[in-house]
Write a protein that binds this ligand. Sequence first.
Ligand SMILES: Cc1cc2nc3c(=O)[nH]c(=O)nc-3n(C[C@H](O)[C@H](O)[C@H](O)COP(=O)(O)OP(=O)(O)OC[C@H]3O[C@@H](n4cnc5c(N)ncnc54)[C@H](O)[C@@H]3O)c2cc1C
Length: 611
Amino acid sequence: MNIIKRKFDTLVIGAGGAGLRAALQLSQADAKVAVVSKVFPTRSHTVAAQGGMNAALGNVTPDNWHWHMYDTVKGSDYLGDQDAIEYMCRAAPNTVIELEHFGVPFSRLENGHIYQRPFGGQSQNFGGDQAARTCAAADRTGHAMLHSLYQQNIRAKTHFFDEFFAVDLLKNEVGDVLGAIAYDIETSEKIIIEAKTTLIATGGAGQLFRTNTNASINTGDGMAMALRAGIPLQDMEFFQFHPTGVAGKGMLITEGVRGEGGYLINCDGERFMERYAPHAKDLASRDVVSRAIAIEIREGRGCGTKKDHVLLKLDHLGSDVIKKRLPGIRDTSLTFLGIDPIEEPIPVFPTAHYTMGGIPTNLYGEVVVPAGTGGEEVIPGLYAAGECACASVHGANRLGGNSLLDIVVFGRAAGNHIIDYLKTHHYHLILPDDSIDEALARLERWEKVDSKQGDAPDSQELSEQSSDQANNNHETYTVSELKAELKQVMEEKCGVFRTEDVLAEGVQQVKEIKEKLSHAYITDHSLVFNTARVEALELENLIEIGLATVISALARKESRGAHSRIDYEKRDDESWMKHSLYYMKNNSLFYKPVRTKALTVETFPPKERVY
Ligand SMILES: Cc1cc2nc3c(=O)[nH]c(=O)nc-3n(C[C@H](O)[C@H](O)[C@H](O)COP(=O)(O)OP(=O)(O)OC[C@H]3O[C@@H](n4cnc5c(N)ncnc54)[C@H](O)[C@@H]3O)c2cc1C
C-alpha cells in the first residue's frame, strides 16, 4: 500500500496547551517538530479554560510555593507524588512570567501586578486563611494562553498537521515508539509520521460521561493509543466532577465565581457549604463541594420543581464585578438558561470535568512503566504531557487552577528532556513493514462499513466484518447509539457516589458495549470530512477508557478524593495509598507506591482532610 511518509525529530500529538508548550520549546531549539491535531490548534480544549492558573506570586495575599505544594498534596488526598508536586509548584511563578512574555494578557491589579483570585483548596501558611493564587485573564484564561502559544509556535516554525486524526502509535519489535499513523480528516488520506521521539498530549476523556464540561473532541484518544501499545493507565478511578455545571446541561460555571464571592444555596436559601466545610465554605476542594451538593439533593433540599439542583448566587457581587471579572459566565448563563446572573442565581449540578489519571510519566514527561525486574523503566523516546498524562500531581483530586499549570510546566519539561534526548539519538530507527497493520485494520473496518452509504449492513455483511463468523443473527447498532449508551452507563454506574454492586454492573455493561461495537455501523453520511468515521474511532477509544475507569474504580475499596465509595466510606492509607495501573491485556490491574518523598523539603504526611 502506498502511504505518504514524513520524518521529524519529534511528533507531538495534540495542540492544546501541553502540546504547544512542548513544541515551542523544541522548535525554538531548532528541532524539526510536527504537531498533529484533530481540530485546528486554537480550537483545542485548553481554549475553554476559564478561571485561571495557580502560581504563588503573592500579588493579592502573602504566598509561597511551599504553601501551594501543601495545598496540592492535601487536595490530592495524599495520592499525588510529592516530588512532582514540589517541581510543579516551584516552577509556577516563573511559568506565569514566561507566559506573560509570550503575550498572555493577564488581568491586572490597580498597581499593575498580575491579578490573582482565590480558588478552592488554597490556603496561606499550610492550611490557614484563604489564599488568592489563581492568575486569570478575566474568565477566558485558556483562550488567552492557547492563542499566545499558537502564535509563538508559528513564529518558531513548528510544522502543523491540522485536522489530522492520530490513529495509533507505531512500534518496532523491541517496543521502541517510532511515531504514529494519522488520517487526514478532510481527504481520508493516511500518513505515517516517523519520529525519533513522540509526545502524546491529547487531553482528557470527559466525553465518557453524559453530562460533562468538555468539548466533544475530549475522547481520550492518546490514552487509548497508549493502552493498545501495551502501556498501562494510572489512577483512572479518579475522575473529577466539577460542582458547578449548568444544571441539566453540564457547561462549566468556573470556580472563579465562588472565588469572586459567589456562593451556593439550597431550596431553603441556606448557604449549606458552611455545614460541610466550616472554614473554607464554598471554596473547599471540588470533591468536597460536589459531594455536598449531591447530598443536599438526595436529602430533599434541592431547588426547582424536581428538586434536582442547587443555586449559585452571585447577584450580590454587583454588575461591575460580574461584567469585568466574569463576562464569559454571564454569557453562558444568558445563552443556555436565559438567566442573567446579575439578577438571579444560576441553577447548578456536579458535572464530569477532568481526568485525573492517565499515561504514567516521570518529572520529565517520559512515559514510565513497571519493569520486569521490579521498579520502573522508561519507554525510550515516548513522552506524555497534559491531561492525558499522570505525572502525578493531582492524585485523587485536582485543585482548580492546577491543570493549566500542569500542562505548561510538564509540556516545557518534556520539551527540554526531548532536546537532550535528541543530542544522543541522531538517527531514525527502522520502522518494520508490519508496524501499521493493526492500525490499518482498525481504519479499514470503518471504511468498509462507511462504503454502505448510510444503509445498515445486513446481517450477512456484518457477520463478515465480525470476528464471530458463525453467528449472523446479531442485532446491529449505530455508533451514535452506542456512544450514548456508554455515556449513560458511565454516568449512572461510575458517578459521584459509587458502590460495589453498581460498579460491577458498570463493568459488565461497558464490556457488553465493547462487544456490540463489532456489530455497529455508521449512519450519518451527510457529514463531510469523514467525521462519522472519526466518531467511530473515538468511540473505540472511549470504550477502552471507560473500561479502565470502571474496573479501576471497582477494585479500589476505599474513599479517597473524587472516588467516593458508599460501601467503604473512609480513606484507607494502610491498604490503598498506592497508584493503580490498568493494562488493556486481560483488563488487569497492578499497583505501585505513591512517591511521598519530596525533592528538597519534608514530606507532608497524610492526615485527615478537613476544609
Ligand atoms: C470548561 C473547562 C474549564 C476549565 N478551566 C480551567 C481553569 O480555569 N484552570 C485550570 O487549571 N484548568 C481548567 N480546566 C482544565 C484544563 O483546561 C485542561 O485540563 C487542559 O486545558 C488540558 O490541556 P491539554 O493540552 O492536556 O489538552 P487539550 O487542550 O484538550 O488538547 C488536546 C489536543 O489533542 C488533540 N487530539 C486529541 N486526540 C487526537 C487525535 N486522535 N489525533 C490528533 N489530535 C488529537 C486535540 O485536537 C487537541 O489539540 C478547564 C477544563 C474545562 C473543561
